[in-house]
Each structure stands twice: as C-alpha cells, then as structure tokens.
Design a protein around this ligand. Structure first.
Ligand code: ZN
Length: 135
C-alpha cells in the first residue's frame, strides 16, 4: 500500500477538489464585488459579503515562484519534481500551490505561462499545471 497525502474535503472546498472531474478549475468568487479568492471560505475577504460561491476560472496562470524537490518523499512522486506557486490570470493575487508537470525542472521560469490539468486521486481531482503549448 502506498501513501499519498490528500486534502480533507469539506463543504466549502468540495467544488475546488471535485471540479476536475469535468475539467473545471472552480475558485470562490464574491457575487457582490466580483473578487476571486482562495482558499474557499464562506465570506468575501474584500467586502465581507457572504454572497460567495465557486465559479469557473480560466485555468490559465503564471509561475510566481517554484522549488525543485529532489527527495522522493512518496513512491507516487517521482523525483525530481517541481512545486510551484502560480498566480491566476483571472486575478493575479489569487495564488495556488501546485505541482508543475510536462516540464523539465531546468526549464521552469518565473513568469512562465501555465494552464491547469487534473490528476484523479481517489475521489478528488488535483489541479496541476503544465506549460502553455507554444511558449
Ligand atoms: Zn466581495
């Protein structure tokens, strides 16, 4: 049996973790001031409205920071792999911690355009990112 740490799914974050089943990156958004925010919460951090809910984001982002992991902490994660902080094109101050795939670690750059792709893991879909083709 192998071990892969997975997030705990709650009512608030279920749309985020389950959107990948239909290819959707679902990010919470305020229906009053239209601010996107992550992680999911029941209150808008900008205007404190409780009229919030998940909406489908573009899935496009840019690498804001990254690190290359060379230790194989888990059998599923073949080292080396790239852990990245990406900022969404929809609203750059919304950032996700993720893993970059389909990209050699030496080729990663800050500012590199990436797009979401999903990896199924038990009953959730992990949002991972890969370089935009043609970049
Ligand atoms: Zn708001």
């Amino acid at each position: 049996m192998t071990f892969q740490p997975l997030p705990m799914v709650t009512d608030d974050n279920a749309p985020f973790w389950e959107g990948g089943e239909v290819g959707e990156l679902r990010i919470n958004r305020c229906r009053e001031c239209r601010t996107w925010f992550h992680p999911p919460a029941p209150v808008c951090p900008e205007c404190l409205s409780m009229n919030v809910g998940p909406e489908v984001a573009s899935g496009r982002a840019k690498v804001a920071a990254y690190t290359i992991n060379v230790q194989a902490w888990s059998p599923e994660l073949e080292a080396p792999y790239v852990l990245a902080y990406v900022e969404l094109d929809d609203q750059p101050d919304v950032r996700l911690t993720t893993r970059l795939i389909d990209c050699a670690p030496a080729d990663v750059r800050v500012g590199m355009p990436v797009e979401v792709t999903f990896q199924a893991a038990e009953d959730i879909w992990l949002p991972l990112f890969r370089p935009v083709k043609g970049y």
